[in-house]
Ligand binder design. Structure first.
Ligand SMILES: Cc1cc2nc3c(=O)[nH]c(=O)nc-3n(C[C@H](O)[C@H](O)[C@H](O)COP(=O)(O)OP(=O)(O)OC[C@H]3O[C@@H](n4cnc5c(N)ncnc54)[C@H](O)[C@@H]3O)c2cc1C
Length: 336
């Protein structure tokens, strides 16, 4: 890459940028990821992160992205050191609220018995879904990209036109950063805060659905549990608020009392890149072809592989660099 320059520059090193970069690099392209923040400092690192339940009905383009991604994460749960594991848990709604939309399309969701639900919840579903320890997963993606020859540089883009001078292909995966970079006023932040506590022995997750501005959810990983959460529209503040953190722990403690006294290990804040619809399309910028892949809101992890593959396929269709157009194949899950 140092001699000839990259075939593709991917902007952004969150879950969307890294997944897209891997699809391109594993298809044989020389890929450079340029980012403002390293993976551990992105919104993606702050996510819980549950993959599913499916939130779009069959036939919707986003439904295909979700299905492809669910299959990929289910396979990744078999691979060591990815941070992905299959967990059982409950999705539960408070009285008067609708069931999670389209939940009937997610395989393995079963109505829960009333005596399984915590006080204050009217009905719910038992679910078994991939749960992702995001800092571990982002490190796995970064390593996988490096093994495919890709590189991550901290080098924020000032404009897409500037990037177009350095590579024939661009993937714009800047999340909420697209608001200023494109610029796209339709992208706006929905701030979320989580608290990470020591795991007092939990093995099942809980998620209040639908999610409002303040909700209860806990997601156990090996030694820690991620507690949520909040959803605060048009709030750009990345600092953790200690009062909100106490409220989150108390809300979760009402459902699972062992969480009340659990030692706090960390606070995480992220800005969900909300947009009326995901932007996944190609735009010609100067001599370069740019695939936009941003605006995934609160389901970016759950759509990551489906969107990454489609963005990569949009870029390489008609690509005339190198030794001929590479094929974007389903990203393989490597053993070990
Ligand atoms: C609290 C919380 C809980 C969540 N839980 C879930 C969940 O359970 N399941 C789920 O599917 N989703 C969940 N999400 C949503 C998910 O985290 C996001 O949809 C996803 O992380 C978006 O990924 P991204 O790569 O687009 O954005 P980001 O992770 O924000 O990455 C954007 C990247 O672009 C870079 N960038 C920005 N501007 C520029 C620029 N000018 N030049 C170069 N680089 C730039 C940034 O530095 C960063 O590297 C949650 C989000 C939050 C906040």
């Amino acid at each position: 890459m140092t001699q000839a320059g990259p075939d593709a520059i991917v902007l952004g090193a969150g879950v969307i940028g890294l997944s897209t970069a891997i699809c391109l690099a594993e298809a044989g392209l020389r890929v450079l990821v340029r980012t403002e923040a390293l993976p551990a400092r992105t919104t993606s690192a702050a996510a819980a992160a549950l993959v599913g339940p499916l939130s779009f009905p069959p036939g919707h383009a986003a439904s295909d992205w979700e299905r492809v991604t669910l299959v990929e994460f289910t396979a990744l749960a078999e691979v060591p050191h990815t941070g992905v594991r299959i967990r059982s848990g409950l999705l539960a709604a408070r009285p008067g609220l609708p069931p999670p939309p389209n939940s009937e399309f997610t395989a393995g969701l079963e109505p829960a018995d009333p005596d399984e639900l915590p006080a204050g919840f009217e009905y719910g579903f038992r679910a078994t879904l991939p749960l992702v320890d995001m800092p571990v997963y982002l490190a796995y993606l970064t390593d996988r990209l490096a093994r495919a020859g890709g590189r991550v540089d901290v080098a924020p883009a000032e404009s897409l036109a500037e990037v177009a001078r350095d590579a024939p292909l661009i993937a714009n995966c800047t999340g909420v950063g697209a608001h200023a970079l494109v610029p796209d006023p339709e992208v706006h932040p929905v701030r979320g805060q989580h608290v990470v506590v020591e795991n007092p022995g939990l093995e099942t997750f809980f998620l209040e659905a639908p999610i409002g501005s303040a909700w209860a959810g806990y997601f156990p990983h090996d030694d820690h549990v991620v507690l949520g959460g909040t959803a605060s529209v048009d709030d750009w503040n990345l600092a953790a608020d200690p009062a909100i953190a106490r409220e989150i722990q108390n809300r979760c403690g009402e459902i699972e009392p062992r969480l009340l006294g659990a030692r706090v290990l960390a606070h995480r804040v992220g800005l969900r890149p909300a947009r009326p619809t995901v932007r996944l399309e190609v735009e010609e910028i100067g001599a370069a072809r740019c695939a936009h892949n941003y605006g995934h809101g609160g389901v970016g992890v759950s759509m990551s592989w489906g969107c990454a593959r489609e963005a990569a396929a949009l870029l390489v269709t008609g690509w005339s660099g190198g030794a001929g157009p590479p094929t974007v194949h389903p990203s393989p899950v490597e053993p070990g």
